[in-house]
Design a protein around this ligand. Structure first.
Ligand code: MG
Length: 161
């Protein structure tokens, strides 16, 4: 048995009037995230972390935003596909840890539902999914509310090297 880790980062711009999909849940807010898919930057960062742990490239190489089949796609599909790609290599997710950097909305009350939805998409128990949120102390593009950033680390285990 060996353990591997991967890191993922994503950022999306806020767009007025779009639904805000984050961590597999709909967060009530005035703005949503731009993107070809549903724009769920938490799941995108998690997918990149999982793919990174498997040395399997990145989300753009597997789900190109030029491909109409991913237009408006629920990002949980990307997560399930990443788990499948890992399984082809004899690897399975073990744990993910996520930090969302966003000024508003406040996410604390949504984190339990996000952890559950993300865990469900990955086939993991809820206690294997950590999601944290913090502000950027008002600095820069995040501080101005232009968008949000997400960092994720995934740990996967398996028999392959
Ligand atoms: Mg993205």
């Amino acid at each position: 048995m060996n353990t591997r880790s991967g890191i993922g980062y994503d950022s999306h711009r806020f767009i007025a009037g779009r639904p805000l999909h984050l961590g597999g849940v709909l967060v009530p807010w005035t703005h949503g995230l731009a993107g070809h898919s549903d724009g769920d930057a938490i799941l995108h960062a998690v997918v990149d972390a999982l793919l990174g742990a498997g040395s399997l490239g990145d989300i753009g190489s597997h789900f190109p935003d030029t491909d109409p089949q991913w237009k408006g796609a629920e990002s949980s599909r990307f997560a399930r596909e990443a788990v499948r790609l890992l399984a082809e290599r004899g690897l399975a997710p073990e744990h993910v840890d996520v930090t969302v950097i966003v000024e508003r909305p406040k996410l604390a009350s949504h984190i339990p539902a996000m952890r559950e939805a993300t865990a469900n998409a990955l086939g993991l128990p809820v206690d294997a999914v950590s999601i944290k949120a913090k502000t950027n102390e008002g600095m820069g593009w995040i501080g101005r509310g232009e968008g949000l950033g997400v960092i994720a680390v995934a740990t996967v285990r398996g028999a392959s090297g």
